[in-house]
Every structure is written in C-alpha cells, then in structure tokens.
Ligand binder design. Structure first.
Ligand SMILES: [Fe+2]
Ligand SMILES: [Fe+2]
Length: 208
C-alpha cells in the first residue's frame, strides 16, 4: 500500500469512528459476538481499499456500510451464530434474515447508503437470500429499490462489500471450519461471487 493511501485510510477510519452512533453499533457487536465484530473490521478495511482501487465517490459511506454490514447479526441468537453443525430450517431462516435485520437497525437519513449495503451484501452471492416462507428468494436490493432511490453507487458498494465479505469468510476460522488455503479461496470466491469479476481479481490482489 502506498504511503498516501495508508494516510488517507487512517484518516478515513478515524473519521468513521468519530461518529458516536457508529461506535454504539460496533461496540454492541463486539460485546455480543466478537468473531462477527473482527470480521466487520476486516471487511471494512478490504472494502475501503477496493473503493480506492475503483476510485469510487462517497468512500466514507462505503466504509461505514462495510463496518456495519453484519449489524443484523445482533438479532440472531448466539446458539445459531456459534452452532458447529448444520443449521435446522428454522435456524437457517433466522440466520438468512440478518441482512434485513441490519436494514431495520440502520434507519434514519444518516444511514441511507449504509442500510442498502447491509440489506444487499448477500445479494451478489450464489443462493442469495433472504427467502420467503415459500422458499422464493427476496432480492434485498429490489426491496430497497422499491422504497428508496437505488443508484449505481449502491450497486457498486454492495458488490464491493460482498466480495470482501465472501473472501473474509473463506480466509477466516469459523466455528464450523478452519481458514481455507489460498488456491481454494480463489476457486470458491470466483464461483460464489455473482457480481463483476473485476472485484474478485482486485480482492485477491490485495492479499498477495
Ligand atoms: Fe452477512
Ligand atoms: Fe459478513
């Protein structure tokens, strides 16, 4: 990372955590589920770096949204978050709703882009969710589109956070799996991410 980018990144992160409301959300996550908290920090860093690589505007919103993308996991019981075996249908349904729970938590004008990132961060993944009771996939972006203006930047942001999210889930130890090796990460990331493949290449280049 270049010195200038590192300096910008530090300033941006300092700016993001100066917001008491953001700190309140992220502290709640840290106290509730430390693994999700550290995951959110890493996804935030990756997303901001991808944002710089793509020269996107409103990078502060991207960072804030990435930091809070899994805030909806506060509404998922710990026995589901930490379950080692596979989830039952009911547990899966609750877990799959965390993007929507996040959307509900991030209300108010200060969270316009952030809540769209939260609700859409699993949309660019194979088998996107959440689903309805009948199993039909509810496209969160479409949900957001219906209620708010949804623009190109929201589309780019949800893709950037999605690729960082999938990468980090594969590269990290979870209660149900060890961290994967680089070759496997590359293969699975390319397979699971349904957005623009440019972001996959950029994500992988970040960690070389
Ligand atoms: Fe998530
Ligand atoms: Fe996540």
């Amino acid at each position: 990372m270049e010195k200038k980018e590192l300096r910008e990144l530090s300033l941006l992160l300092a700016d993001i955590v100066r917001d008491d409301d953001i700190v309140r959300h992220i502290s709640a996550l840290r106290n509730y589920h430390f693994e999700t908290y550290t995951h959110c920090l890493r996804v935030c860093l990756y997303s901001i770096r991808l944002g710089y690589m793509n020269d996107v505007g409103e990078i502060r919103s991207l960072g804030r949204g990435a930091l809070l993308h899994d805030v909806g996991k506060l509404d998922v019981p710990l026995q589901i978050l930490d379950k080692k075996g596979s989830l039952s249908d009911v547990e899966r349904k609750i877990m799959d709703n965390h993007p929507r729970f996040g959307f509900q938590r991030l209300q108010g004008p200060n969270y316009d882009r952030e809540r769209k990132i939260a609700v859409g961060h699993h949309e660019h993944k194979k088998g996107a969710y959440p689903r309805t009771d009948s199993g039909r996939v509810l496209m969160p972006t479409a949900l957001a589109l219906e209620k708010r203006n949804y623009d190109l930047l929201d589309f780019v942001f949800t893709q950037i956070v999605a690729v960082a999210d999938i990468y980090d889930a594969l590269a990290s130890r979870r209660s149900y799996k060890p961290p994967l090796k680089k070759d496997d990460i590359e293969k699975i990331l390319s397979d699971q991410f349904t957005g623009d493949t440019v972001y996959v290449g950029q994500m992988l280049s970040l960690i070389k």
